[in-house]
Design a protein around this ligand. Structure first.
Ligand code: FES
Length: 157
């Protein structure tokens, strides 16, 4: 998703409870606001070593793309059809994952994401859970594909 798309998505969200950064849902931290309009690590990796696409109960979805060498995450990118909180959570999750071993990445918790953002409204805690779940599924995909590396070229994204 390009930066223009992010602005368009935020601009076209309905006001009310579906608005991505609706102040009625509680205070929105400056860090969430910053990342919602300019999320670091938004993008993809053309031929990832690990990949996952997860749709949460709310209907929002996230994709995670991992570049992994020697069982360490060298590059982590995400894309989402989700709200501003999801953009913020995805970007923090990717930054936390980069440089970590896959074992360390599997221990990243949703609470850490929320804390790094200065807190999330109760109604958007699941955005952090979606980011963490998608990251962990991408690591699992890497482990699964590692047994049959040739399948990486035939991945159905
Ligand atoms: S509102 Fe569901 S993931 Fe953000």
């Amino acid at each position: 998703m390009k930066e223009d798309d992010v602005y368009r998505m935020i601009a076209t969200q309905k006001p009310g409870k579906d608005h991505p950064l609706d102040p009625a849902e509680g205070p929105v931290s400056p860090e969430v606001q910053r990342r919602a309009v300019n999320p670091p690590c938004l993008g993809d990796i053309p031929v990832p070593d690990g990949y996952a696409h997860v749709t949460g109960d709310c209907g929002d979805s996230m994709e995670v793309f991992l570049g992994i060498q020697d069982r360490r995450i060298r590059e982590a990118r995400f894309d989402t059809l989700g709200c501003g909180f999801t953009l913020a959570c995805g970007s923090v999750a990717m930054e936390k994952a980069e440089g970590k071993t896959i074992a360390e990445a599997m221990r990243i918790e949703a609470a850490e994401i929320a804390q790094a953002l200065g807190g999330l409204p109760d109604t958007h805690e699941h955005c952090a859970e979606l980011a963490v779940e998608t990251l962990k599924k991408a690591v699992q995909d890497y482990l699964f594909r590692g047994k049959e590396p040739w399948k990486k070229l035939y991945r159905n994204r």
